[in-house]
Design a protein around this ligand. Structure first.
Ligand code: HAM
Length: 428
């Protein structure tokens, strides 16, 4: 056992998986940039207060924060999510609205680690500040949906709900409290505790004991103001018009407190119910104000990279892209030839690797094999003297023959000045 290992809930992402992570972000960026979103990059650390504004009833804030005092005595925290940072940036820089941004990066939450739940995990997401149009909610939800399609995921269920306006919600929370308190003995001890802090979260309980009380609870839909009701209807109408299948889930509460009006979650069909949220989001019209800015509407989502990739594994889609090089240079002359050749070929746009330490031909060919290269370019003293290189197709690569007399997959000697043209014909 090595002396140092990653901390619990934190992981190294090694090749080839790391290439898949990058590709994931590229596919996401392409999807949302087509809709006018531009990337925002904000610090990993913020003043603790930025996240405290997310709400004191949020576990993410009260229990799971990585917060500490820096050397200047500032109380700071590693970001547990990016919506608050984006709103803080909005207040600080006052960009024109609607401000449509996307982001990617690591978040930190001190959770109990398990499959699909980590202490450092990655998200991609979008936020739009400054527009309160139900069809914008539809655009946002649709972009997440499109992205899952672009990855190839099929088993994704979209749940939507509306939490109404804060006043609707306050009346609803009172009714909910009264309902659960009237049957307090039937509630699980955990939910009894949750009830004290945040009655809405009791609806999120996955415990069997709570199921009958949860399903008999008053429904938020009966408390909506006219405006909230119309907003939600339009969101649903828009989703239907966009051909996006969804289920209205009146118990969908989500773990953060800032939501009002629309909330939604994408759930993976192949994952355990405790970790099946691939991503989620909603409207948070009061958050910019809570952070000291003007009253500003906001809507967005974040998708978990780690979990979405687990779902991709389960569905056998979105395989890691190949990291293989095109060409492997084998140099048995031991001079500068490999250095020149790799430099030239890389400059010409090929992916090129080579062996080091002047090993034998046999051991260099072994490394060449492992590299996944389509061809090896071999250069020894004979070749140097004759002004040529030997181009050898590698195992598993069907290189088309060029020139009538040369059978497929046979090595050829190629004049040094013709090498790049020759390689362009057989790789890439
Ligand atoms: P969230 O639901 O807390 O929302 O996180 C979004 C996604 O991040 C989850 O659905 C999940 O895939 C992933 N995630 C969360 N915690 C973990 C963890 N411990 N390990 C692995 N993955 C995790 C937000 O963060 C909001 N900021 C979303 C939002 C944006 N709402 C409006 N705009």
């Amino acid at each position: 056992m090595p002396e140092f290992q990653t901390s619990p809930g934190m992981r190294d992402i090694l090749p080839p998986e790391s290439a898949r992570w990058r590709r994931f972000v590229e596919v996401f960026a392409a999807t949302v940039e087509r809709a006018g979103y531009a990337q925002v990059i904000s610090p990993l650390l913020e003043d603790l207060g930025v996240f405290q504004r997310l709400g004191e009833a949020t576990d993410v804030v009260t229990k799971e924060m990585y917060d500490f005092h820096d050397k200047g005595g500032r109380h700071v925290a590693l970001r547990p999510e990016l919506t608050a940072s984006v709103c803080r940036a909005f207040v600080e820089h006052r960009p024109l609205t609607p401000w449509k941004v996307w982001y990617t990066g690591s978040m930190f939450r001190y959770e109990k680690p398990q499959r699909g739940r980590y202490r450092q995990f990655d998200q991609v997401g979008i936020e739009v500040l400054g527009a309160n149009d139900p069809y914008l909610d539809v655009e946002v939800i649709a972009l997440g949906w499109e992205f899952y399609r672009a990855l190839g995921l099929q088993q994704v269920n979209l749940l939507v709900n509306s939490l109404g306006e804060p006043a609707d919600r306050a009346r609803y929370v009172d009714a909910l409290k009264a309902h659960f308190e009237a049957h307090i003995d039937a509630l699980s001890p955990e939910s009894r505790q949750t009830l004290q802090k945040n009655p809405l979260r009791v609806l999120d309980s996955k415990r069997e004991q709570d199921a009958p009380l949860v399903s008999a609870a008053p429904r938020l839909v009966d408390f909506y103001s006219d405006e909230a009701g119309t907003h939600f209807e339009k969101v649903q109408e828009g989703l239907r018009a966009a051909g996006i299948p969804f289920t209205v889930s009146s118990t969908l509460v989500r773990g953060l407190d800032y939501y009002r009006y629309t909330t939604f979650e994408y759930q993976g069909g192949t994952l355990d119910s405790a970790q099946n949220a691939l991503g989620g989001g909603g409207r948070y019209d009061g958050l910019v104000e809570a952070l000291g800015g003007p009253a500003t509407a906001g809507v967005g989502f974040a998708l978990g990279l780690d979990r979405t990739l687990l779902a991709c594994d389960d569905e056998r889609v979105f395989a890691p892209p190949s990291n293989d090089v095109d060409v492997f240079v084998v140099d048995t002359a031991g001079g500068l030839e490999a250095l020149h050749l790799t430099g030239e070929l890389r400059a010409a746009g090929f992916r090129v690797d080579r062996a080091y330490e002047n090993r034998s031909m046999k051991s260099q060919m072994k490394v060449a094999d492992r590299s996944g290269a389509a061809v090896a370019v071999i250069v020894g003293s004979d070749e140097i003297a004759a002004g040529v290189v030997t181009v050898r197709p590698m195992r598993g690569h069907d290189v088309p023959a060029h020139g009538e007399s040369v059978p497929e997959r046979t090595q050829q000697r190629v004049a040094r000045p013709d090498l790049i043209t020759h390689l362009r014909n057989i790789v890439q």
